[in-house]
Design a protein around this ligand. Structure first.
Ligand code: TXD
Length: 316
């Protein structure tokens, strides 16, 4: 039986998600958006690529939210993206209201789905989504860490002149400019990045520049594009989560997950390494942090908590 995957938001990321899901043959797709005609147009265009790409999965575009009924997976990108000069937090009120409504729809139409939120400000939006959908927290995650880590891997592979596939790293904390790139846990072909620094293969100053560029990675693209924000890498990153769930891959991925005591934090979403398999978030992995990482994480936690408090006030 083919899986049913609903994409709410058919904009830049939503359209790219649909394309990737079809090419990877992961399921039949429903593409929903408030814009009249647009999801239908993209669905028709994508359907017409099936003869060339050789997939037999279907895609249907709609403005009717009840079409998400009985979905196995839902991926949400609905809302507004950043404009140049805007921070992710500027989107709080408008996207908060959109996500609340989608949460209530999920509760009504597909309470058994595995749901991935992409809409910004990510950690606050996935919190709102879980709150109003009442999904078990293991079935509701946010995508950001895979993208942030992937950006860091790319910058490191360029600087070290090694294959990006040899670089293992992850980013902890909220999806904001105060995210915490984990230098101490970065390896290159199994060798610690710290050893590369110690052996003068790369100066610490260059690493610091890479960390800053990673933190500002989204803004760099917003500035270049002038209209909208990054969408290819965010879509690929979300597909990795969906694939891990649908194929029960037990992948260890940095995702925004609901914390209940881990990292000393409770009742909030934040980016941490988790194992994703057919049960959704199957485990949250805790890593040891040094004093500096702990300090940076505290700052990131404070920003997320501030956003959650503000969004609760707006939506109540
Ligand atoms: O790492 C991450 N999590 C992110 C998040 C990386 C990049 C971008 N990130 C955020 O994703 C971005 O800040 C936005 O909040 C979302 C979606 O980004 P995208 O680039 O896809 O934005 P678009 O192209 O503007 O698409 C959004 C669509 C658009 O077609 C609107 O008509 C639609 O959302 N929209 C809605 N759909 C359904 N329901 C409602 N209420 C709605 N409102 C707008």
């Amino acid at each position: 039986m083919k899986k049913k995957i609903t994409l709410i938001g058919a904009g830049n990321i939503g359209g790219t998600l649909a394309h990737l899901l079809l090419i990877k043959k992961l399921g039949d797709i429903v593409l929903i958006d408030v814009m009249q005609g647009m999801p239908q147009g993209k669905a028709l265009d994508l359907s017409q690529s099936s003869a060339v790409e050789g997939f037999s999965n279907t895609i249907q575009g709609s403005n009717d939210f009840s079409k998400m009924k009985n979905s196995d997976v839902v991926i949400i990108t609905a809302g507004l993206p950043r404009k140049p000069g805007m921070s992710r937090d500027d989107l709080l009120e408008i996207n908060g209201k959109i996500i609340k409504k989608i949460g209530l729809d999920i509760k009504k139409y597909c309470p058994k789905a595995f749901v991935i939120c992409i809409t910004n400000p990510l950690d606050a939006m996935v919190y709102v989504l879980q709150k109003y959908s009442k999904l078990p927290s293991s079935k509701c995650v946010g995508m950001a860490g895979i993208l942030d880590s992937s950006r860091m891997k790319f910058f490191l592979s360029e600087a070290l002149k090694v294959s990006i596939n040899d670089i293992q790293t992850f980013v902890l904390g909220g999806h904001g400019d105060d995210m915490v790139p984990m230098v101490n846990h970065t390896t290159v072909g199994g060798i610690r990045l710290l050893d590369f620094i110690k052996n003068k293969k790369i100066p610490m100053s260059k690493i610091n520049k890479i960390l800053d560029r990673t933190r500002m990675g989204g803004g760099e693209i917003v500035k270049l594009l002038q209209r909208g924000s990054a969408f290819y890498a965010p879509a690929s990153s979300a597909i990795q989560i969906a694939e891990a769930y649908l194929l029960d891959q037990k992948k260890l991925l940095p995702c925004a997950a609901y914390l209940n005591g881990q990292y000393g934090l409770k009742k909030m979403y934040m980016g941490v390494p988790v194992i994703i398999g057919s049960n959704g978030v199957e485990e949250i992995i805790e890593v040891k942090l040094d004093a500096n990482e702990k300090k940076m994480l505290r700052t990131s936690v404070k920003s997320v908590q501030g956003l959650v408090k503000a969004v609760d006030k707006i939506l109540n």
